[in-house]
Design a protein around this ligand. Structure first.
Ligand code: PLP
Length: 448
Protein backbone atom coordinates (compact mmCIF):
# COMPACT_ATOMS: atom_id res chain seq x y z
CA UNK A 1 0.00 0.00 0.00
CA UNK A 2 1.81 3.12 -1.16
CA UNK A 3 0.69 6.69 -1.56
CA UNK A 4 2.13 10.00 -2.68
CA UNK A 5 5.85 10.12 -1.87
CA UNK A 6 6.52 11.98 1.34
CA UNK A 7 10.34 12.10 1.31
CA UNK A 8 10.87 14.23 4.40
CA UNK A 9 8.48 12.08 6.48
CA UNK A 10 10.11 8.93 5.12
CA UNK A 11 13.58 10.18 6.06
CA UNK A 12 12.48 11.08 9.59
CA UNK A 13 10.73 7.72 9.95
CA UNK A 14 13.99 5.95 9.06
CA UNK A 15 15.90 7.95 11.66
CA UNK A 16 13.12 7.46 14.21
CA UNK A 17 13.18 3.69 13.77
CA UNK A 18 16.88 3.66 14.60
CA UNK A 19 16.32 5.26 18.00
CA UNK A 20 12.69 4.47 18.96
CA UNK A 21 10.89 1.10 18.75
CA UNK A 22 8.85 1.16 15.55
CA UNK A 23 9.79 4.81 15.09
CA UNK A 24 6.83 6.05 17.16
CA UNK A 25 5.91 6.80 20.75
CA UNK A 26 2.42 5.27 20.52
CA UNK A 27 1.82 2.26 18.23
CA UNK A 28 -1.12 3.40 16.09
CA UNK A 29 0.93 6.33 14.75
CA UNK A 30 3.16 3.92 12.79
CA UNK A 31 0.46 3.22 10.12
CA UNK A 32 0.97 -0.54 10.72
CA UNK A 33 -2.71 -1.24 10.02
CA UNK A 34 -2.82 0.67 6.73
CA UNK A 35 0.77 0.50 5.49
CA UNK A 36 2.78 3.37 4.04
CA UNK A 37 4.76 6.19 5.60
CA UNK A 38 3.42 7.91 8.71
CA UNK A 39 3.29 11.66 8.21
CA UNK A 40 5.47 13.71 10.53
CA UNK A 41 3.49 16.83 11.31
CA UNK A 42 5.36 20.10 11.62
CA UNK A 43 2.52 22.44 12.53
CA UNK A 44 -1.23 22.69 12.71
CA UNK A 45 -3.79 25.45 12.65
CA UNK A 46 -7.54 25.17 13.00
CA UNK A 47 -8.72 22.08 11.12
CA UNK A 48 -5.48 21.69 9.16
CA UNK A 49 -2.23 19.76 9.64
CA UNK A 50 0.96 20.57 7.73
CA UNK A 51 3.56 17.83 7.41
CA UNK A 52 7.33 18.13 7.04
CA UNK A 53 7.01 17.82 3.24
CA UNK A 54 4.66 20.80 3.19
CA UNK A 55 1.48 18.79 2.43
CA UNK A 56 -1.71 19.98 4.12
CA UNK A 57 -4.47 17.74 5.45
CA UNK A 58 -7.88 18.28 6.98
CA UNK A 59 -7.46 16.64 10.37
CA UNK A 60 -10.12 14.07 11.34
CA UNK A 61 -8.04 12.73 14.24
CA UNK A 62 -7.67 15.91 16.29
CA UNK A 63 -4.85 14.35 18.35
CA UNK A 64 -7.21 11.41 19.04
CA UNK A 65 -9.81 13.71 20.53
CA UNK A 66 -8.25 16.51 22.58
CA UNK A 67 -8.31 19.29 19.97
CA UNK A 68 -12.02 20.05 20.34
CA UNK A 69 -11.52 23.71 19.36
CA UNK A 70 -9.07 22.98 16.54
CA UNK A 71 -5.31 23.43 16.55
CA UNK A 72 -3.52 26.50 17.89
CA UNK A 73 -6.72 28.23 18.99
CA UNK A 74 -5.64 31.85 19.51
CA UNK A 75 -7.27 32.32 22.93
CA UNK A 76 -5.94 29.02 24.26
CA UNK A 77 -2.48 29.84 22.88
CA UNK A 78 -2.56 33.24 24.59
CA UNK A 79 -3.54 31.76 27.98
CA UNK A 80 -0.85 29.09 27.65
CA UNK A 81 1.83 31.62 26.65
CA UNK A 82 0.96 33.79 29.63
CA UNK A 83 1.11 30.77 31.93
CA UNK A 84 4.47 29.68 30.52
CA UNK A 85 5.82 33.17 31.19
CA UNK A 86 4.87 32.75 34.87
CA UNK A 87 6.85 29.49 35.18
CA UNK A 88 6.08 25.94 34.14
CA UNK A 89 5.92 23.81 37.29
CA UNK A 90 6.06 24.57 41.01
CA UNK A 91 5.26 21.35 42.84
CA UNK A 92 2.75 23.31 44.91
CA UNK A 93 -0.99 23.82 44.65
CA UNK A 94 -1.95 26.46 42.04
CA UNK A 95 -5.07 28.43 41.11
CA UNK A 96 -5.67 26.88 37.64
CA UNK A 97 -6.09 23.46 39.29
CA UNK A 98 -8.91 24.79 41.44
CA UNK A 99 -10.60 26.50 38.49
CA UNK A 100 -10.37 23.44 36.24
CA UNK A 101 -11.64 21.15 39.01
CA UNK A 102 -14.60 23.50 39.55
CA UNK A 103 -15.32 23.51 35.80
CA UNK A 104 -15.30 19.68 35.65
CA UNK A 105 -17.41 19.30 38.79
CA UNK A 106 -19.83 21.84 37.28
CA UNK A 107 -20.31 19.86 34.04
CA UNK A 108 -20.35 16.30 35.32
CA UNK A 109 -21.95 14.38 38.21
CA UNK A 110 -18.66 13.98 40.14
CA UNK A 111 -18.28 15.70 43.53
CA UNK A 112 -14.48 15.94 43.43
CA UNK A 113 -11.58 15.21 41.09
CA UNK A 114 -7.89 14.38 41.38
CA UNK A 115 -5.63 15.37 38.45
CA UNK A 116 -3.07 13.06 36.86
CA UNK A 117 -1.09 13.25 33.61
CA UNK A 118 -2.62 10.60 31.33
CA UNK A 119 -5.81 8.64 30.85
CA UNK A 120 -3.90 5.48 31.73
CA UNK A 121 -2.95 6.97 35.08
CA UNK A 122 -6.55 8.03 35.65
CA UNK A 123 -8.05 4.55 35.17
CA UNK A 124 -5.19 2.89 37.06
CA UNK A 125 -5.70 5.21 40.04
CA UNK A 126 -9.50 4.95 39.93
CA UNK A 127 -9.26 1.16 40.06
CA UNK A 128 -6.89 1.31 43.02
CA UNK A 129 -9.34 3.62 44.76
CA UNK A 130 -12.27 1.29 43.98
CA UNK A 131 -10.31 -1.64 45.41
CA UNK A 132 -9.26 0.36 48.47
CA UNK A 133 -12.81 1.57 49.07
CA UNK A 134 -14.53 -1.80 48.68
CA UNK A 135 -11.79 -4.06 50.05
CA UNK A 136 -12.27 -6.26 46.97
CA UNK A 137 -9.89 -7.13 44.12
CA UNK A 138 -11.81 -8.14 41.01
CA UNK A 139 -12.52 -5.78 38.11
CA UNK A 140 -15.03 -6.32 35.29
CA UNK A 141 -14.31 -4.87 31.85
CA UNK A 142 -15.63 -5.31 28.30
CA UNK A 143 -13.72 -6.69 25.34
CA UNK A 144 -12.96 -3.88 22.88
CA UNK A 145 -13.13 -1.13 25.51
CA UNK A 146 -9.71 0.51 25.93
CA UNK A 147 -8.79 2.09 29.24
CA UNK A 148 -5.11 2.83 28.70
CA UNK A 149 -2.23 0.40 29.13
CA UNK A 150 -2.90 -0.53 32.76
CA UNK A 151 -1.68 -4.11 33.44
CA UNK A 152 -4.96 -5.43 34.81
CA UNK A 153 -6.92 -3.82 31.95
CA UNK A 154 -4.74 -5.27 29.18
CA UNK A 155 -6.59 -8.53 29.61
CA UNK A 156 -8.44 -10.73 27.17
CA UNK A 157 -11.33 -13.08 27.70
CA UNK A 158 -10.06 -16.56 28.57
CA UNK A 159 -11.30 -19.72 26.91
CA UNK A 160 -15.05 -20.31 26.71
CA UNK A 161 -15.58 -21.78 30.18
CA UNK A 162 -13.20 -19.59 32.19
CA UNK A 163 -14.63 -16.30 33.41
CA UNK A 164 -11.26 -14.91 34.47
CA UNK A 165 -9.08 -13.19 31.94
CA UNK A 166 -5.64 -13.92 30.56
CA UNK A 167 -2.90 -11.33 29.86
CA UNK A 168 -3.60 -9.30 26.71
CA UNK A 169 0.12 -8.71 26.06
CA UNK A 170 3.44 -10.22 27.09
CA UNK A 171 4.62 -8.48 30.24
CA UNK A 172 1.34 -8.60 32.12
CA UNK A 173 1.52 -11.18 34.92
CA UNK A 174 -1.21 -13.83 34.94
CA UNK A 175 -1.89 -12.70 38.51
CA UNK A 176 -2.75 -9.15 37.33
CA UNK A 177 -5.04 -10.32 34.52
CA UNK A 178 -6.48 -13.03 36.77
CA UNK A 179 -8.31 -10.42 38.85
CA UNK A 180 -10.02 -9.13 35.70
CA UNK A 181 -13.23 -10.48 34.19
CA UNK A 182 -13.67 -9.65 30.48
CA UNK A 183 -17.19 -9.73 29.03
CA UNK A 184 -18.74 -9.06 25.61
CA UNK A 185 -20.08 -5.50 25.32
CA UNK A 186 -23.85 -4.88 25.35
CA UNK A 187 -24.41 -8.37 26.81
CA UNK A 188 -26.66 -8.15 29.88
CA UNK A 189 -26.79 -11.91 30.40
CA UNK A 190 -22.98 -12.08 30.60
CA UNK A 191 -22.96 -9.26 33.17
CA UNK A 192 -25.65 -10.98 35.26
CA UNK A 193 -23.74 -14.25 35.17
CA UNK A 194 -20.41 -12.68 36.16
CA UNK A 195 -21.98 -10.87 39.11
CA UNK A 196 -23.92 -13.98 40.16
CA UNK A 197 -20.64 -15.90 40.32
CA UNK A 198 -18.23 -13.25 41.60
CA UNK A 199 -20.39 -10.38 42.87
CA UNK A 200 -18.99 -10.39 46.42
CA UNK A 201 -15.42 -10.08 45.08
CA UNK A 202 -15.96 -7.38 42.45
CA UNK A 203 -14.52 -3.96 43.34
CA UNK A 204 -15.76 -2.23 40.21
CA UNK A 205 -17.00 -2.54 36.68
CA UNK A 206 -15.25 -0.25 34.22
CA UNK A 207 -16.74 0.68 30.86
CA UNK A 208 -16.32 3.40 28.27
CA UNK A 209 -19.40 5.62 28.56
CA UNK A 210 -19.88 5.06 24.83
CA UNK A 211 -17.08 2.89 23.46
CA UNK A 212 -14.96 4.64 20.85
CA UNK A 213 -11.85 2.46 20.86
CA UNK A 214 -13.22 -0.36 18.70
CA UNK A 215 -14.83 2.19 16.42
CA UNK A 216 -17.93 3.78 17.91
CA UNK A 217 -20.20 1.15 19.46
CA UNK A 218 -22.95 2.90 21.39
CA UNK A 219 -24.48 1.26 24.44
CA UNK A 220 -27.87 -0.25 23.66
CA UNK A 221 -30.68 1.78 25.28
CA UNK A 222 -30.59 1.43 29.06
CA UNK A 223 -27.34 -0.60 29.10
CA UNK A 224 -25.30 1.85 31.20
CA UNK A 225 -28.19 2.30 33.65
CA UNK A 226 -28.40 -1.49 33.94
CA UNK A 227 -24.66 -1.62 34.70
CA UNK A 228 -24.99 1.09 37.35
CA UNK A 229 -27.87 -0.78 39.02
CA UNK A 230 -26.12 -4.16 38.86
CA UNK A 231 -23.05 -2.66 40.55
CA UNK A 232 -25.20 -1.10 43.25
CA UNK A 233 -27.01 -4.41 43.88
CA UNK A 234 -23.67 -6.10 44.53
CA UNK A 235 -21.83 -3.38 46.45
CA UNK A 236 -19.42 -2.80 43.55
CA UNK A 237 -18.55 0.61 42.10
CA UNK A 238 -19.60 1.67 38.60
CA UNK A 239 -16.63 3.33 36.88
CA UNK A 240 -17.46 5.20 33.70
CA UNK A 241 -14.35 5.92 31.63
CA UNK A 242 -14.95 9.22 29.84
CA UNK A 243 -11.36 9.86 28.76
CA UNK A 244 -12.53 9.95 25.14
CA UNK A 245 -16.21 10.91 25.45
CA UNK A 246 -15.75 13.49 28.22
CA UNK A 247 -16.52 17.06 27.06
CA UNK A 248 -16.53 15.63 23.51
CA UNK A 249 -19.59 13.43 22.82
CA UNK A 250 -21.73 16.20 24.35
CA UNK A 251 -21.12 19.12 26.70
CA UNK A 252 -21.59 16.63 29.55
CA UNK A 253 -19.72 13.87 27.76
CA UNK A 254 -21.15 10.39 27.30
CA UNK A 255 -23.16 10.78 30.51
CA UNK A 256 -25.07 13.57 28.74
CA UNK A 257 -26.41 10.94 26.31
CA UNK A 258 -28.06 8.70 28.90
CA UNK A 259 -27.34 9.12 32.62
CA UNK A 260 -28.27 12.79 32.75
CA UNK A 261 -31.71 11.90 31.37
CA UNK A 262 -32.23 8.55 33.09
CA UNK A 263 -31.15 9.80 36.49
CA UNK A 264 -28.24 7.56 37.43
CA UNK A 265 -24.73 8.62 38.35
CA UNK A 266 -21.44 6.69 38.08
CA UNK A 267 -19.59 6.16 41.37
CA UNK A 268 -16.30 7.00 39.67
CA UNK A 269 -15.42 8.65 36.35
CA UNK A 270 -12.20 9.20 34.44
CA UNK A 271 -11.40 12.08 32.10
CA UNK A 272 -8.53 13.01 29.79
CA UNK A 273 -8.00 14.14 26.20
CA UNK A 274 -10.22 17.28 25.80
CA UNK A 275 -9.73 18.41 29.42
CA UNK A 276 -5.98 18.81 28.81
CA UNK A 277 -6.45 21.10 25.81
CA UNK A 278 -3.60 19.31 24.02
CA UNK A 279 -1.36 18.97 27.09
CA UNK A 280 -0.84 15.90 29.28
CA UNK A 281 -3.67 16.19 31.80
CA UNK A 282 -6.29 13.72 32.95
CA UNK A 283 -8.42 13.18 36.03
CA UNK A 284 -10.47 10.74 38.01
CA UNK A 285 -13.37 11.77 40.17
CA UNK A 286 -16.55 10.60 41.77
CA UNK A 287 -18.71 10.37 44.87
CA UNK A 288 -17.40 12.39 47.79
CA UNK A 289 -17.42 9.46 50.21
CA UNK A 290 -15.32 7.44 47.74
CA UNK A 291 -12.91 10.26 46.86
CA UNK A 292 -12.21 11.01 50.55
CA UNK A 293 -10.49 7.60 50.71
CA UNK A 294 -7.60 9.12 48.71
CA UNK A 295 -4.41 10.34 50.39
CA UNK A 296 -3.89 12.72 52.12
CA UNK A 297 -7.51 12.62 53.33
CA UNK A 298 -7.74 8.84 53.35
CA UNK A 299 -5.54 5.75 53.23
CA UNK A 300 -5.39 5.01 49.45
CA UNK A 301 -2.07 6.31 48.13
CA UNK A 302 -1.80 8.19 44.84
CA UNK A 303 0.52 11.04 43.76
CA UNK A 304 2.25 12.76 40.81
CA UNK A 305 5.16 15.20 40.38
CA UNK A 306 3.51 16.97 37.43
CA UNK A 307 -0.14 16.27 38.40
CA UNK A 308 -2.25 19.40 37.92
CA UNK A 309 0.62 21.06 36.06
CA UNK A 310 -0.17 24.80 35.70
CA UNK A 311 0.34 24.89 31.91
CA UNK A 312 -1.78 21.81 31.28
CA UNK A 313 -4.57 22.91 33.61
CA UNK A 314 -4.53 26.41 32.08
CA UNK A 315 -4.90 24.92 28.59
CA UNK A 316 -7.67 22.60 29.76
CA UNK A 317 -9.54 25.38 31.51
CA UNK A 318 -9.31 27.70 28.48
CA UNK A 319 -10.55 24.87 26.24
CA UNK A 320 -13.53 23.97 28.42
CA UNK A 321 -14.52 27.60 28.91
CA UNK A 322 -14.56 28.07 25.12
CA UNK A 323 -16.48 24.82 24.56
CA UNK A 324 -19.90 26.43 24.56
CA UNK A 325 -23.26 25.05 23.49
CA UNK A 326 -22.64 26.69 20.08
CA UNK A 327 -19.42 24.70 19.73
CA UNK A 328 -21.24 21.41 20.40
CA UNK A 329 -24.00 22.36 17.96
CA UNK A 330 -21.32 23.05 15.33
CA UNK A 331 -19.58 19.73 16.02
CA UNK A 332 -22.94 17.97 15.63
CA UNK A 333 -23.59 19.63 12.27
CA UNK A 334 -20.12 18.90 10.91
CA UNK A 335 -20.19 15.29 12.15
CA UNK A 336 -23.61 14.72 10.57
CA UNK A 337 -22.52 16.23 7.24
CA UNK A 338 -19.35 14.13 7.01
CA UNK A 339 -21.03 10.96 8.30
CA UNK A 340 -23.88 11.21 5.79
CA UNK A 341 -21.56 12.03 2.88
CA UNK A 342 -19.25 9.12 3.73
CA UNK A 343 -22.21 6.76 3.82
CA UNK A 344 -23.62 8.10 0.54
CA UNK A 345 -20.24 7.77 -1.23
CA UNK A 346 -19.72 4.21 0.04
CA UNK A 347 -23.25 3.23 -0.93
CA UNK A 348 -22.75 4.71 -4.40
CA UNK A 349 -19.52 2.69 -4.80
CA UNK A 350 -21.17 -0.49 -3.52
CA UNK A 351 -19.01 -0.81 -0.39
CA UNK A 352 -20.73 -2.56 2.55
CA UNK A 353 -20.49 -0.29 5.57
CA UNK A 354 -22.22 0.84 8.74
CA UNK A 355 -21.93 4.30 10.27
CA UNK A 356 -22.36 4.48 14.06
CA UNK A 357 -22.24 7.44 16.40
CA UNK A 358 -22.39 8.59 19.99
CA UNK A 359 -23.07 12.31 20.19
CA UNK A 360 -20.49 14.12 18.07
CA UNK A 361 -18.25 11.02 17.81
CA UNK A 362 -18.76 8.63 14.91
CA UNK A 363 -17.02 5.96 12.91
CA UNK A 364 -17.47 4.01 9.70
CA UNK A 365 -17.31 0.21 9.89
CA UNK A 366 -16.32 -1.55 6.68
CA UNK A 367 -18.78 -4.39 7.07
CA UNK A 368 -22.46 -5.04 6.39
CA UNK A 369 -23.81 -5.62 9.91
CA UNK A 370 -24.41 -3.14 12.73
CA UNK A 371 -21.69 -3.56 15.37
CA UNK A 372 -22.68 -4.12 19.02
CA UNK A 373 -19.48 -5.67 20.40
CA UNK A 374 -15.80 -6.33 19.69
CA UNK A 375 -16.49 -9.57 17.84
CA UNK A 376 -18.69 -7.59 15.45
CA UNK A 377 -16.10 -4.84 15.04
CA UNK A 378 -13.49 -7.48 14.19
CA UNK A 379 -15.47 -8.67 11.19
CA UNK A 380 -14.50 -5.59 9.15
CA UNK A 381 -12.83 -5.57 5.75
CA UNK A 382 -9.60 -3.90 6.86
CA UNK A 383 -8.17 -4.11 3.33
CA UNK A 384 -11.00 -1.94 2.03
CA UNK A 385 -10.39 0.51 4.88
CA UNK A 386 -6.65 0.74 4.09
CA UNK A 387 -7.40 1.62 0.45
CA UNK A 388 -10.00 4.15 1.56
CA UNK A 389 -7.56 5.67 4.08
CA UNK A 390 -4.77 6.18 1.52
CA UNK A 391 -7.10 7.66 -1.08
CA UNK A 392 -8.35 10.15 1.51
CA UNK A 393 -4.78 10.98 2.53
CA UNK A 394 -3.81 11.66 -1.09
CA UNK A 395 -6.80 13.98 -1.37
CA UNK A 396 -5.68 15.90 1.71
CA UNK A 397 -7.73 14.30 4.47
CA UNK A 398 -6.07 12.75 7.52
CA UNK A 399 -8.25 9.93 8.90
CA UNK A 400 -7.36 7.73 11.88
CA UNK A 401 -4.92 5.16 10.41
CA UNK A 402 -6.97 2.21 11.66
CA UNK A 403 -10.47 0.88 11.00
CA UNK A 404 -10.99 0.58 14.78
CA UNK A 405 -11.05 4.26 15.63
CA UNK A 406 -13.54 7.08 15.93
CA UNK A 407 -13.34 10.07 13.56
CA UNK A 408 -13.01 13.42 15.34
CA UNK A 409 -14.07 16.89 14.24
CA UNK A 410 -13.47 20.29 15.82
CA UNK A 411 -14.99 23.73 16.16
CA UNK A 412 -12.48 24.86 13.51
CA UNK A 413 -13.86 22.53 10.82
CA UNK A 414 -15.32 25.24 8.62
CA UNK A 415 -16.95 25.04 5.17
CA UNK A 416 -13.60 24.85 3.34
CA UNK A 417 -12.38 21.97 5.52
CA UNK A 418 -15.67 20.09 5.27
CA UNK A 419 -15.81 20.61 1.48
CA UNK A 420 -12.30 19.14 1.17
CA UNK A 421 -13.55 16.01 2.95
CA UNK A 422 -16.72 15.81 0.83
CA UNK A 423 -14.69 16.17 -2.39
CA UNK A 424 -12.35 13.35 -1.33
CA UNK A 425 -15.01 10.81 -0.37
CA UNK A 426 -16.29 9.52 -3.75
CA UNK A 427 -12.80 8.64 -5.04
CA UNK A 428 -11.86 7.01 -1.74
CA UNK A 429 -15.07 4.98 -1.79
CA UNK A 430 -14.19 3.72 -5.28
CA UNK A 431 -10.69 2.81 -4.06
CA UNK A 432 -12.25 0.85 -1.20
CA UNK A 433 -14.55 -0.94 -3.64
CA UNK A 434 -11.66 -2.18 -5.75
CA UNK A 435 -9.50 -3.28 -2.77
CA UNK A 436 -9.52 -6.93 -1.83
CA UNK A 437 -10.57 -8.33 1.52
CA UNK A 438 -7.13 -9.70 2.27
CA UNK A 439 -4.78 -6.73 2.05
CA UNK A 440 -3.80 -5.86 5.61
CA UNK A 441 -3.75 -7.04 9.18
CA UNK A 442 -6.44 -6.02 11.60
CA UNK A 443 -5.55 -3.78 14.51
CA UNK A 444 -6.20 -5.19 17.96
CA UNK A 445 -8.14 -3.21 20.51
CA UNK A 446 -6.28 -0.31 22.02
CA UNK A 447 -3.40 -0.38 19.57
CA UNK A 448 -2.50 3.24 19.76
C1 PLP B 1 -7.31 7.45 25.30
C2 PLP B 1 -8.04 6.65 26.32
C3 PLP B 1 -7.45 6.21 27.52
C4 PLP B 1 -5.96 6.36 27.79
O1 PLP B 1 -5.56 7.68 27.86
P1 PLP B 1 -4.00 8.03 27.63
O2 PLP B 1 -3.91 9.47 27.95
O3 PLP B 1 -3.68 7.66 26.22
O4 PLP B 1 -3.24 7.17 28.62
C5 PLP B 1 -8.24 5.62 28.48
N1 PLP B 1 -9.55 5.42 28.26
C6 PLP B 1 -10.15 5.79 27.13
C7 PLP B 1 -11.61 5.55 26.96
C8 PLP B 1 -9.42 6.39 26.10
O5 PLP B 1 -10.03 6.73 24.96
Amino acid sequence: MTSTPAPASAALFDRARAVTPGGVNSPVRAFAAVGGTPRFIRSASGAWLTDVDGFEYVDLVCSWGPMLLGHAHPEVQAEVSAAVARGTSFGTPTEPEVLLAEEIVGRTPVDAVRFVSSGTEATMSAIRLARGFTGRDKVVKFAGCYHGHVDSLLASAGSGLATLAVPGTPGVPASAAGETIVLPYNDRAAVDKAFAEHGADIACLITEAAPGNMGVVPPEPGFNGFLAQTCRDHGALFLSDEVMTGFRATRQGGWGLDGAREGWVPDLMTFGKVMGGGFPAAAFGGRRDVMTHLAPEGPVYQAGTLSGNPIATTAGLATLRLATDEVYAHLDRVATTIRDAASAALTEAGVPHVVQSAGTMFSVFFGAEPVRDFAGASRQDTGAFAAFFHAMLESGVYLPPSAYEAWFVSAAHDDRAVQTVLDALPGAARAAASASDSASDSTPEGDR
